[in-house]
Structure formats: C-alpha cells, structure tokens
Design a binder for this molecule. Structure first.
Ligand code: CAO
Length: 575
C-alpha cells in the first residue's frame, strides 16, 4: 500500500479558488476521476477529481479555504502497483454542468489526439508554454434538446477580453436556462447572434481571437516509488487547460468551439434554494460570501437574472437598515424589513437631507425612551381672538404679526411657573429631576428643509409684543436656514402649532430631554352649551403629551386645565 497526494491542478490562471464543498470523507474508497472537492473562483466553479483509485487517508483542505495550483488536496492510499502517473491524469470538470458534450465531436477541437496526448507531467508542474493567436468560432453546444432555445442575454461585447469560463451568452429552453462559458481566453471579435433570437445546437454565437499556449514537451513526471512507500504527488490536468493550450491540438483551421453550458436554473423543482434563480457563478460566489440568500434578491437583468449590482444594492440596503436600527433603536428591537418597492411598480428614490435624518433620529429616540401619554382639551379663545383682531392695526404699525402664538407662549410661561415639573428634565439616569429657573420655550417650525425647533428665551419676562417679534424673527430665520445652533438649544417646553395648517387634533412627541409638549390644532367656531343654550364659541383644540416617568396624569391634567383657563381669560396673564 502506497500513499499518494492529490494536488490542485492548473485551474485556468485563477490565483486562488475557494473550497466550497468537500465531496469525500476520510475512509471513503474513491475511483479515478471521482470528485474530491469543488473549487470556485470568481470565474467558474470546478470539481477537482481524484487522479487515483484508493482509500482517502487524509483530507488536507477545509471548506472556505483558498487554494492555488499545486496545493495538496488529499492523501490517498493506493494498492501497490496501482499508482501510475498515467492514472493520475485527470480533468477538472465545471461544476453543475449539463453533460452536453459527451458527443466527442462537440469537443474535437480541444480533445488531444492519440499522437498529441499530453505526456505525464512532473508533480503539479504546468506545461511550459509560449503563446500564439488563433481565431475561434464559438457555436451553440449540445443543450439537451433539438428544439430551438431563446438567447436571452449576450454577456459580452465585441472587443471585450474574456477569460476561459467567463459567461458569453445565456440560453433558455422551456426546461432550464444556462450560461455558455467561454471555452478559451481571448478577445471577442464579432458577435454573431443577438439577444432575443432563437438558436439551435451548432448555430454561430461569436468569434473569439484566442491567445493559446504552445506547449513544449513537458518533463517526465516523477513516478511514485511504490516500493519505498514514499508519498508521491499527482496533479490532475484540467480539461479547460487543454482547450486553450497546445498548438498541436489546435488545427490550423480551427473547428468551432462548443463549450459546455452551465445550468443556471431549472423549471423543475430545485433541490437547493438558490438553484431556482438566475445568477452566474461569480454572483453566486459573492452571495455565498455575504451570506445572502439569492431568493431574496430581485434580479434586474433579462428574465430577472440577478446581476452583481443587484446583489450590491441588496447588501447596501440591508447594512444601512441594520445600522439605522442598531443606532437608533438599540439592540433587541427588530428592524423593519427593507423592501424593494420597485417589485410592486415604478418608484423614484430621493436622498433625505441631514435635517430630515436628524429629526427622524430624535423622534425615534424620544419615542423609544419616553413613555408617552397625551391629554386633550379645548380652550375657548373667543375673547382672545376678538382682542387679537382688535390689535391687528397696532401690530402692523409695529411691523409685526399678532397670531395666536405669542399668546400661547405667554400663557404657557405662566402655566409652567405654576407647574414647574412640566418644564423639568430627568437627570442622573432617572435619579434626579432638574427644575429650571428660566423659561425658554421651543416653537416647532415647518420649513421646506424639514422640522426645526428654535427656542424663544425668557418667555416669562417678555411682553406679548416682544414674543410676537421673537416668534416672527425665529420662524423667518428657520425657513431661511439661518438659525445658529445655540438658537435651537435650551428649551424647557415646546409648542407645536398646526393651527394654521388644519386638523382637529394630534399627539405630539416629547422633545427630549424636555418632559412635555403642547400640540395646538385649528381653532373653529363650535356650539358650546352654557347650561341654558348653545353659544357659538371659538374653540382651540390642545393636546398635551408628556413623559409619564416624570409627569403623572394629575400633573398633566392640572397643567392643561390651568392653561385652558388662562387662554379663556387672558386678563389672568397679567396677574
Ligand atoms: N387656529 C386657527 N388659526 C390659526 C391658528 C390656530 N390654532 N394658529 C394660527 N392661525 C392663523 C394665524 O392667526 C394666521 O392667520 P391671520 O394672519 O389671519 O392671523 C394664519 O393662521 C397663519 O399663521 P402662521 O402659521 O403664519 O403663524 P403662527 O404664529 O400661528 O405659527 C409657526 C408660526 C412657525 C409655528 C407656524 O408657521 C408653523 O410652522 N407651524 C408648523 C409647526 C409644525 O410643523 N408642527 C408639527 C411638529 S411635529 O411634526
């Protein structure tokens, strides 16, 4: 019994190919040409067959490992006298191939003749070669049917350089779709078939100017010394390599090349989840590396073929939605799945600006951290409105605008003075409450760029006219994007007024680290029962949202009722 090593043969120039599958286990009996492992490069996947018959003694590779030509694959124990260099000559088979080229005529061009049969080579040494160029016609291979099939994609253009194994075209029958790989490396000279046409076996696809290696006699392979029991290396020689090397084996007028098609998808039930989608080997490899299930990726290529760009987009989207979820939602909060809406109809995607993204983060942080409660009430502002309107001329004379906002600001400052908890903030991880001896109130402003909240300072110390000026100035600055960062800081409480926009009510989100916010909706005339009759009154809907960790229902209710009273009789603001 002798132990011999099987090594990786010439794999068509691939610098490193990944072991994606190990097909045998230690102790298995293998025969010559039986697949040992499957390698995948960015160009093709290929099975590395055993060059020896015997028992697998040791596997020298593991899945995921990158191998290059000459790397040891397995140790095989062979019966004495069985190990011959001739037996060790094997072929690399493209994995997942349809065996469409069993007919010798298909591959005549690349099959060594008796006279030109490759001599056994030394160890893993590739044949020494020089180069020359020939023009090669590529035709449709045996595709397992006599019927014409559709050419659904031409993957190359004239002038493109292709490596052996690169996809040239994609064909589709009613049973399966398959890639036709380039049987040789070279430059595409001319395309002879268009996408959308139907083709049959033997039809011309394209011509490729091939750069072929002219093989010079290889040195004799060192034979295993079976009597001494030493290990001997044997490197299988890939069929793919034969196809592109050796001037002896390329006729002066080359016969058409009939590459072996690679099945991409079959209409029959798929045995593994990724076989029922259209994708080339490079895309499949990439998908495996990223752990992406190709079933989830929408293909934008012909016949929904998954392209590399589709995969990149998918990964990009998955990463951004995940990082957004982790950064703003924290661990443990499941991310909302990222949906490709184009699967339902046409879409247009626009970038969100910085302000919008910042607002989104702030909102989500607040929503997730603060247990919100919202209370509703209505203030009778009939008198306030009458007074406000009576002061319009004066407002114009002062070059300002007297909307309900300055009255709301003033009323809130008075209500906050009476109920300071509503202007407090939580600190020290919830152990302390900070009461502020100032009264700065934020005012939400709707701008074309997004929502901003400038802060009006010392509201309690200002007159209604001053507050009207401040509100007007800050709203203009916000819309002109001229607010300084300091003008948006330090608020104790926020007013968000949608009154001029409309709506009868909404639940605002607390602007943390504040603990309460007032939502103001559209004031309307309503019939109000005074105990004897219905009276037409201008009613202002108010909604108070608060942080229930700090403000309980009683606090909120008392604050809101007090505010309603103040707005109902603004003379109290003087008290
Ligand atoms: N009910 C009825 N009318 C109202 C009203 C209310 N609650 N509030 C304001 N109005 C009236 C004003 O009186 C004014 O009319 P007149 O000129 O006849 O007096 C008109 O609506 C327009 O007011 P305005 O919006 O220009 O001024 P404002 O002081 O009321 O509001 C501002 C200023 C900056 C708060 C407001 O323009 C704004 O941007 N609001 C949106 C805030 C927002 O988006 N909040 C949501 C945040 S959460 O997504």
């Amino acid at each position: 019994m002798t132990t011999a090593q099987v090594t990786v043969p010439d794999i068509g120039g691939a610098e490193g190919a990944e072991v994606i599958e190990i097909l045998v286990a230690v102790g298995d009996e293998v025969v010559v040409d039986q697949g040992l492992i499957v390698l995948e490069s960015d160009k093709a996947s290929m099975e590395i067959p055993s060059t020896l018959a015997g028992k697998v003694v040791e596997l020298l590779v593991s899945e995921g490992e990158e191998l290059a030509e000459g790397a040891p694959v397995a140790l095989i124990a062979v019966a004495d006298g069985e190990t011959t260099a001739d037996q060790s000559v094997g072929e690399v088979e493209q994995s997942k191939l349809v065996d469409a080229s069993t007919d010798g005529s298909d591959v005549d061009t690349f099959q060594p003749s008796e006279e030109t049969d490759r001599q056994p080579e030394e160890s893993t040494g590739a044949p020494r070669a020089s180069t020359s160029a020939i023009e090669q016609l590529v035709v449709v291979p045996d595709i397992g049917t006599d019927d014409a099939v559709e050419l659904i994609e031409v993957c190359v253009s004239a002038g493109d350089s292709v490596a052996e194994g690169d996809s040239l075209v994609v064909l589709e029958s009613d049973k399966a779709s398959m890639e036709v790989p380039s049987p040789l490396a070279g430059e595409v000279l001319e395309l002879l078939a268009d996408a959308g046409t139907t083709v049959s076996q033997g039809d011309k696809l394209m011509t490729i100017k091939a750069t072929v290696a002219e093989q010079s006699p290889a040195p004799e392979r060192a034979k295993a010394d079976s009597s001494s029991g030493d290990s001997a290396e044997s490197a299988p020689i890939p069929k793919a390599n034969e196809s592109s090397t050796g001037s002896q084996i390329v006729p002066s007028t080359p016969a058409p090349a009939t590459p072996t098609p690679r099945v991409m998808a079959q209409s029959e039930p798929a045995t593994n989840e990724s076989t029922s989608i259209y994708a080339g080997p490079a895309v499949r490899k990439l998908a495996r590396e990223f752990g992406v299930d190709l079933q989830q990726v929408n293909g934008s290529g012909p016949k929904e073929r998954v392209l590399k760009e589709d995969l990149q987009q998918f990964v990009k989207r998955a990463l951004s939605s995940r990082s957004a979820a982790v950064s703003s939602a924290g661990p443990g909060i499941p991310a909302v799945p990222d949906i490709d809406f184009s699967q339902f109809g046409p879409v247009e995607v626009t970038k969100r600006n910085r302000l919008e993204k910042l607002t989104a983060d702030n909102m989500q942080r607040s929503w997730l951290n603060v247990p919100h409660v919202t209370q509703f009430d209505q203030a009778d502002i009939t008198e306030l409105e009458a007074f406000r309107k009576s002061m319009k001329a004066e407002a114009e004379r002062r070059d300002t605008r007297l909307t309900p906002m300055p009255f709301l600001l003033k009323a809130c400052s008075v209500a906050l003075r009476e109920h300071p908890k509503l202007a407090s903030s939580l600190a020290a991880g919830g152990d302390e409450l900070v009461f502020k001896q100032y009264c700065h109130i934020g005012m939400a402003v709707d701008t074309p760029a997004g929502l901003v909240v400038p802060v009006i300072r010392d509201v309690d110390k200002k007159t209604v006219w001053q507050l009207a000026d401040d509100a007007l100035t800050l709203a203009h600055k916000a819309r002109d994007r001229k607010l300084a960062p300091g003008e948006m800081k330090g608020g104790c409480f926020t007013i968000s007024s949608l009154g001029s926009i409309g709506g009868s009510g909404f639940t605002p989100i607390v602007n943390t680290p504040e603990v309460a916010i007032l939502g103001v909706s559209n004031a309307e005339m309503r019939p109000v029962w005074d105990g004897e009759s219905f009276l037409p009154r201008k009613m202002l809907p108010l909604a108070l949202s608060y942080d229930h960790r700090v403000i309980n229902g009683g606090d909120g209710g008392r604050f809101l009722s007090y505010l309603v009273r103040l707005l109902g009789d603004i003379r109290q603001l003087l008290m």
